[in-house]
Design a protein around this ligand. Sequence first.
Ligand code: NI
Length: 135
Amino acid sequence: MKVHHIGYIVDNMENSIKEFEGLGFKILQKNQYDEIRDINICFIENGGIIIELVQPKTKESVIYKMAGKYKNMPYHICYETDDMDRDIERLKQRGYMVIQKPERAPAINNSKVVFLMHLDMGIIELLEKNKGVYV
Ligand code: NI
């Protein structure tokens, strides 16, 4: 499966963007608020590698606890899929569990995403590339 981006928790979005820019990253898409997950998201890129900076907005955020524990770190890899239902079933057979049901992602042009977890992998995300709307 083709990697779309790496999700990276940040404690302070503005400060982290500055640090990534200092290492050669450029902003691909400015900070956007995802009201479904209560997070701020900014996409940055360096040499074809796309990183999604994710900052929980309030305690209601799905990643608030994880962010409090780890501050700044990568926490998921997102893969593209052209058939989300098929790939979810395939991954379930490999021991993955759905931890966030398929739902639209406002920061990725409302494309559908799902989050899964595997004990030997951690968290992965699938992004439905149905309309080629992003990147
Ligand atoms: Ni992501």
